[in-house]
Design a protein around this ligand. Structure first.
Ligand code: GDP
Length: 373
């Protein structure tokens, strides 16, 4: 995960700071500087010749200031004689860039971010934050790269700063707790439900799987297979039957058996298919779930975000599981989904085994992107 994004961002950071150095307008400023304390043993036997001093001298300073500064220099030489801790002057060369220069400089990073599935809204935020930190600010060469890295880190930190909730805590509030899983075909929905059932079992909760995807015969079999492997009961009807009726039976079973959680699989609906979306609304109306979780493939990038937005309009999504994070080398979806959709990412699917469901953690993402040790 994030391999490409991490590499590209790293390259773009040094590219940006190089361009800053090449294209920035030179700003020179004379500042007073207190030299670091000199220990007795460091004091040379004879006073070094003036030209050996590293600091720039008053000769370099623009005319109008000369008189005043000559006076000051004399004073300082006095001080120097006295205590060796005098203030001396240093000409500091900084550079600054304009708004227009910044836009041109940001272009490469913008393309890299887009190519790595970072959403437009997130790119705009990163860009604005960087602009605020770089434009019209006289900066020294050594500061620039550090500021760029810090700015990017802060932007991503903020982008990932969504309110997450603890499903396990919620589950304890109601019995049975009903969760409907939604997502387009092949996104990893059924696998994620099985992983979820496995996680619940590990934590000591009981559950039932409900095969409300009656649209594909294979999907009922797939869920049955998982049920067998996990030793979790599966409620199913025949292929082609009413999904809302299966979901209803699943919840009824959960209630009768006093189970903790009912996990409902639904058919993979393309968000553009209105009939199927209406069918989904019917399931929601009939079972009135406690949670609606969207399962989307991380590799789908902006499509994944659009699908969440479409489903959210129809049935109001509560949270997201991003599957196939293990095979997505770009990573931009993970830092974009919540910022754009305002829905929290709850888990990441990290593989095909039952144990490969990982709670979403912002710090892990920042670490994987190289912003944390
Ligand atoms: P559904 O149609 O949405 O129910 O999707 P499935 O659960 O059938 O998954 C489709 C394919 O994606 C299967 O081959 C799964 O093994 C695979 N898959 C699901 N989740 C993950 C994941 O987190 N990582 C990887 N590498 N593959 C996954």
């Amino acid at each position: 995960m994030f391999k490409f994004l991490k590499d590209k961002v790293k390259k773009a950071i040094s590219g940006l700071s190089e361009k800053f150095e090449e294209e920035g307008e030179v700003v020179e400023e004379v500042v007073k500087k207190k030299p670091k304390e000199v220990k007795k043993k460091d004091i040379p036997k004879s006073k070094p010749k003036k030209e050996e001093k590293k600091v720039e001298h008053i000769e370099d300073v623009p005319k109008p200031q000369v008189e005043e500064e000559e006076e000051e220099e004399e004073e300082e030489e006095e001080e120097e004689k006295k205590g060796f801790f005098s203030k001396i002057k240093e000409k500091v060369t900084t550079k600054k860039i304009s708004d227009r220069q910044f836009d041109e400089m940001f272009w490469d990073l913008e393309v890299e971010l887009l190519e790595n599935n970072v959403a437009f809204e997130v790119i705009e935020k990163i860009k604005q934050d960087l602009k605020d930190n770089l434009v019209d600010k006289p900066l020294q060469r050594r500061q620039v790269e550090e500021i760029i890295i810090k700015s990017l880190e802060n932007s991503i930190n903020e982008v990932l700063d969504f309110e997450k909730f603890d499903i396990v805590k919620k589950i304890k509030t109601k019995k049975p707790y009903v969760i409907v899983f939604i997502g387009v075909n092949g996104s990893g929905k059924t696998t994620s439900i099985a992983k979820f059932a496995h996680m619940l079992k590990e934590k000591g909760f009981t559950s039932v799987l409900v095969a409300a995807d009656t649209f594909r015969a294979a999907s009922i079999q797939q869920l049955e297979e998982h049920g067998k492997n996990l030793d979790v009961k599966v409620i199913k009807h025949d292929y082609g039957s009413d999904p809302a009726a299966v979901a209803f039976d699943g919840v009824k079973f959960g209630k009768q058996k006093g189970l903790d959680v009912v996990l409902i699989d639904t058919a993979g609906r393309q968000h553009s298919n209105i009939n199927l979306r209406d069918e989904m609304k019917k399931i929601i109306r009939v079972v009135d779930p406690d949670l609606k979780v969207y399962v989307g493939e991380m590799i789908a990038g902006n499509d994944c975000i659009e699908q969440i937005q479409e489903f959210d309009k129809a049935i109001d999504i509560d949270g997201v599981i991003l599957s196939k994070a293990d095979i997505d080398e770009k990573g931009g979806t993970a830092i974009s989904v919540s910022y754009v959709t305002k829905k929290p990412i709850l888990y990441l699917g990290m593989g095909q085994d039952y144990g490969d469901l990982k709670e979403f953690n912002k710090e892990d993402i920042l670490k994987t992107l190289g912003f944390r040790e």
